[in-house]
Design a protein around this ligand. Structure first.
Ligand code: AKG
Ligand code: FE2
Length: 270
């Protein structure tokens, strides 16, 4: 079991529910980054999808990254302590590549509320000229089929993962993202790992701050790119928050409750 201090807080969970991702800067030590990068260059053994991730790549740098207490805490908070390995990929952007990848979401097949997570691990410094995966906060509820959004170039509020070596992002599987051009003369590496939950994603994090006022502020975030449709996103977040907390009456103001008002009692006739 991870240490309580390595679990996510409720406020962080609320930010994940609103934004669709969390970033953790500089969490993997330098020596491990260097060893992990060498392993990425050499090729990482591909396990079988659907097997437990714990114990995979044992005795290798990538295995050690997965076993870091903070990574274990993030994992436990979002998908439980024993998630399944879905797949991984070493994403490479060649030096002097001026073209960015098309906007997309990875492998969305259905609309289930339970979600997978994807770790994006950046083993070396990733300045803007090297790209940094571009992500769109709050996009994960718009379940698009792979490259439905490929015709778009830029979105209001998009964020490049410009970061130091050892930075990890964890994202909901629905997040819209794309690799960016690499204008340096060095190859850009990023390791992505998708995991499936094996338990109901119910209060798996450190819930000490469950009643903190920051929770509703996070859930009310307005990412602006959806214009007047913010209310739709708020409702999506309330639904996921109810699923995660088990509080079936949770609301922000009077959003979801209003939609649940389907009176069945007949009016009294005098
Ligand atoms: O390389 C990246 O930054 C993202 C790559 C990616 O998401 C993909 O190929 O599915
Ligand atoms: Fe992708």
């Amino acid at each position: 079991m991870p240490n309580k201090e390595d679990l996510l807080t409720t406020t962080q969970m609320a930010k994940f529910v609103a934004d669709g991702f969390l970033r953790f800067d500089d969490v993997v030590p330098d020596e491990l980054n260097r060893a992990a990068l060498a392993q990425m260059e050499a090729g990482i053994e591909r396990p079988r999808g659907g097997d437990p991730v714990q114990g995979m790549w044992q005795g290798t740098a990538i295995g050690d990254v997965v076993q870091l207490p903070q990574i274990q805490g993030i994992m436990a908070s979002l998908v439980g302590t024993d998630p399944l390995y879905d797949h991984h990929a070493v994403h490479i952007v060649q030096p002097n590549r001026e073209e960015g990848q098309i906007w997309h979401a990875d492998a969305i097949i259905d609309l289930r509320t339970p979600f997978d997570i994807q770790f994006f691990y950046f083993p070396h410094d990733t300045p803007r000229e090297m790209g940094g995966t571009m992500v769109l906060p709050g996009s994960h509820y718009r379940r698009i089929s792979e490259s439905d959004i490929a015709r778009y170039q830029n979105f209001l509020g998009q964020q490049p993962m410009v970061c130091k070596a050892g930075t990890v992002m964890v994202a909901h599987h629905g997040i819209w993202h794309c690799a960016q051009p690499n204008l340096t003369d060095r190859t850009r590496y990023m390791f992505k790992l998708r995991l499936n939950p094996t338990v109901r994603q119910l209060r798996l994090w450190n819930t000490d701050d469950i009643d903190a006022p920051e929770v509703s502020s996070e859930l009310n975030a307005n990412h602006r790119w959806y214009g007047n449709e913010a209310r739709l996103e708020i409702v999506n977040r309330i639904k996921l928050w109810r699923h995660l907390t088990g509080d079936e009456k949770y609301d922000l103001g009077y959003w979801l409750s209003r939609l649940e008002n389907e009176p069945t009692a007949a009016a009294l006739v005098a």
